[in-house]
Design a protein around this ligand. Structure first.
Ligand SMILES: Cc1cc2nc3c(=O)[nH]c(=O)nc-3n(C[C@H](O)[C@H](O)[C@H](O)COP(=O)(O)O)c2cc1C
Length: 239
């Protein structure tokens, strides 16, 4: 049990460059996909498919897709930022602002950041990864009576966590790229990968081995008493 908790605590986003010449072993990929296979899904619908992309020519094509950070992202991202490690340690939620460009972390410069947002090729985010795992789902389906298919989306999250923990246990680095679900990127990626019209991209994993040891970054979580209640909402803690 402790081992599972340790693995969960150690899993993290690794946003540095990966070594394009250090492929992920086929056996490792098989185990990661096996972990996805056994994920819980609403009604056991298993409404997902995974496209493993490791052909350098296909990665190159995907890397040439341009994406532009949206106004909504820049403004809503700002709301989640802390401006010092002390602030992040105090808040215990959100992200350290220093990982973003200076204009994105200054309320008086957000308009400028939005105005100056330019399309950049996805290869900057793929950043050397030798393999991408692209998770897609059939948008024509929904879990029974699930408004907006919330249960289907939760299921896609279960798949994400299962794969991430498996990758972590194999010593592989992972970085989730939600940008693959953005309309413009999704459209081009679907074309390149021959994904049928009715399928949607949920997210992509970039995976691999970092080129250099990533610097330790501050990871925070709320204390248990901040989100658990005993017997009634508001009665903090586990009793
Ligand atoms: C549904 C989902 C989407 C995410 N999308 C992105 C993303 O597009 N880019 C990114 O850098 N991290 C993304 N993340 C990673 C989160 O930012 C990260 O898990 C969170 O900040 C906690 O950090 P940790 O993974 O190191 O524990 C995503 C995570 C989830 C669960």
């Amino acid at each position: 049990m402790t081992d599972v908790l340790k693995l969960i605590q150690q899993r993290q986003s690794t946003r540095v460059a990966y070594d394009p010449d250090r492929p992920v072993a086929e056996e490792d990929l098989r185990q990661i996909v096996e972990a996805a296979r056994w994920a819980p899904t609403a009604h056991n619908m298993q409404n997902f498919d995974i496209i493993v992309v490791d052909d350098k020519r296909v990665l190159e094509k995907i890397g040439n897709i341009k994406s532009q950070v949206s106004e909504a992202f820049i403004r809503e991202n700002y709301e989640q930022l802390s401006f010092s490690e002390e602030e992040l340690l105090r808040k215990k939620v959100g992200i350290l602002g220093s990982v973003f460009p200076p204009d994105w972390r200054d309320a008086t410069r957000l308009d400028k950041a939005v105005r100056e947002s330019r399309p950049t090729p996805l290869k900057q985010r793929i950043n050397g990864s030798p393999v991408l795992l692209i998770v897609v789902y059939d948008a024509r389906k929904r879990a029974p009576a699930s408004e907006g298919d919330v249960l289907g989306f939760i299921s896609l999250g279960c798949i994400m966590e299962n794969m991430w923990l498996m990758a972590q246990s194999l010593g592989l680095s992972v970085h989730v790229l939600s940008v693959f679900a953005a309309d413009a990127v999704e459209k081009e990626a679907k074309q390149i990968l021959s994904i049928p019209e009715y399928m949607k991209i949920a997210y992509a994993f970039r995976m691999g081995h970092p080129v250099s040891k990533p610097a330790k970054h501050l990871r925070v979580r709320r204390n248990l008493e901040m989100f658990t209640y005993h017997n009634r909402f508001g009665n903090k803690g586990l009793g």
